[in-house]
Design a protein around this ligand. Sequence first.
Ligand code: MLT
Length: 443
Amino acid sequence: MKFSPLSVVSLGFVTVSVGAFVPKSQNVVDTKLYSGVERNENFAKLSGGYLFPEIGRRRNAYLEDNPEMADKIISLGIGDTTKPIPEHILSGLVEGAKKLGTTEGYSGYGAEQGQALLREKIAKVLYNDLIDPSEVFVSDGAKCDIMRVQQVFGSKVTSAVQDPSYPVYVDTSVMMGQTGSQDESTMQYDNIVYMPCTPENGFFPDYASLPRADVVYLCSPNNPTGAAATKEQLTEIVNICKERGSILVFDAAYAPFIRSEGVPKSIFEIEGAKDVAMEVNSFSKYAGFTGVRLGWTVVPSNLKFKDGSLVRDDFNRVMTTAFNGASNIVQSGGLACLDPEGQKEISNLIDYYLENAKILRETMEGLGFTVHGGTDAPYVFVELSESMGGSWDAFSMILEKCQVVTIPGAGFGPGGEGFLRLSAFAPRDSVIEACKRLSEELK
Ligand code: MLT
């Protein structure tokens, strides 16, 4: 039986066939209006758009109705860096670009896994040689790598996520077809293990008390709660993953914000982690590279599937098939980030954002709110009072009354309801002005 465009004339339930036989039972469409391709059913399961564009949409809708407020808007919403790239790191990017203008320096395609020197430097400078350069895959960012991780695992695995959590873990699991649909009353997807993270458990999940999942996503310092997991907590989750045969995907994109003594910056500081964990990471928040795009994923050679095959080999297969390597210019910037001067510049940038976080935290505490995070992370997670309604209501109220964009906790999953996330990635004067407006409105 053949489906011919010639034959596609749909009159609802009646099919008029021209030139080829089309069975009545076949779904026939008017190809002047539609293609004949079924929508991927997994996308239909997603509830609404991705969180951050949705925030942007609401902000723009507000500005359309109130164009006179355009200059007043302050964003404490998406975690997007605002400080310029410092001198030494910038010189790396410039050098990378300049090389392309010379015969000797020109390079075309590079290794899909990243330049050997950058992989070595990441292993040495950021991991103190706890990992091997061959285990590092340089990429265009942690978010993109999370999707690649999902492609490696495929559609049959069960995933566990912290609740609340960075929405990419859940949304990509849905896109991959790992889940059922979303239950409208709980706002949870079927076949995802939601691991409650609350002030009572220090925002660290009790995975042992929950059903087993194949893949466990854990982010520390955490987005959105700002909690940084202790060595004991990470040891516990590594051990339980080992016991249950789960693979831990550790998101360390905010690692350099850790300033508390003894708090691990990488999962590989935990004994046994190389048998159970992989780590995604990125220069975005380290060095102001949100627009530059450079990240990496560490897949240890010890990490194996049930059949003994290496997870690293499959990750490599995804990278070599569907990625041509990070931009050579940008990798040159990455190398500069890892020089001692670059490391110092990163530390200064982070000091600046942590000072912003302190101002935000103290302002909200001064207004009587219970506040979490903001000490080892750039996010301040504020517990809302019941009188403020749901977190989307609080978001709208603050946008309308203060012209300050925040992120409602519910955007990070049902466990985020009742909280509001404030990002410290804003210019200092904007943070101070936002705090002034919040103080006037919320006092
Ligand atoms: C955020 O939570 O604001 C994110 O960091 C944005 C992103 O990196 O995708």
